[in-house]
Design a protein around this ligand. Structure first.
Ligand SMILES: N[C@@H](CCC(=O)N[C@@H](CS)C(=O)NCC(=O)O)C(=O)O
Length: 223
């Protein structure tokens, strides 16, 4: 069976979440790096695979799929059905889905609305949008409570999705995460306990860190 092909960009949070999942399942990936800044994702050969031209996109034995959380569910369903990474018991699964949907529709969305117009454009900081991001973080802090993992006592794909988002927010240096002690505890625990966290997540994250450093230097110089 050939490797799963992953179209990705280093530093992208949803791509890191997919990598963490593949790593946990022991599935090797063949990576195709796309430079979004250079518009490589808009080339006809990639648009043919994913008309929405987003990364991550996988091609598994000829089957193309995108949306990181859909990819994560698919990978567990296909290669490790019944795994506690995406439990089958309805309530346990619903809890994982709730965390994944919360990340997609609320946490990552609020981060993107607040930060991307500044970092990829010229928009000023917007206090109202920052407040909404903090509200989402406060919700995550509440959901986590004393739990070791995002959706209860086992590691699940919800942890991979949320840790990709939280590490991106952390590196963006826009919020003091210390205000959210449950998030800090969970984040530190994941960093030390998830196999491959450093390779699959931090390598890409360092790329993003350099990008943020450049952004801050340009912003300071423009003042
Ligand atoms: N909800 C999607 C978001 C994917 C996404 O927007 N990826 C960005 C890079 S991080 C992208 O591909 N942007 C290029 C485009 O939308 O054309 C997921 O989780 O996979």
């Amino acid at each position: 069976m050939p490797d799963i092909e992953l179209y990705e960009m280093q530093g992208s949070a949803p791509c890191r979440a997919v990598r963490l999942t593949a790593r946990a399942l022991g599935k090797p990936l063949t990576a195709h790096h796309l430079d979004l800044m250079a518009g490589e994702h808009l080339k006809p050969e990639f648009v043919k695979i994913n008309p929405q031209h987003t990364i991550p996109t996988i091609v598994d034995d000829g089957f193309a799929l995108w949306e990181s959380r859909t990819i994560m569910r698919y990978l567990v369903n296909k290669y490790s059905k019944g795994s506690s990474l995406y439990p089958e018991e309805p309530k346990a699964r619903a809890l994982v889905d709730q965390r994944l949907d919360f990340d997609l529709g609320t946490l990552y969305a609020k981060y993107a609305v607040y930060f991307y117009p500044q970092v990829f454009g010229t928009a000023p900081e917007n206090a109202e949008d920052l407040k909404k991001l903090n509200e989402a973080l406060a919700h995550l802090n509440t959901f986590l409570g004393e739990s070791k993992y995002a959706a209860g006592s086992n590691l699940t794909i919800a942890d991979f999705s949320l840790v990709a988002t939280i590490s991106t927010i952390d590196v963006s240096d826009i919020v003091d995460l210390k205000q959210y002690p449950n998030i800090v505890k969970w984040y530190e625990h994941l960093q030390s306990s998830v196999e491959g966290y450093g390779e699959e997540n931090l390598a890409g994250l360092e790329n993003f860190r350099s990008f943020i450093k450049e952004f801050k230097a340009k912003k300071a110089a423009a003042k």
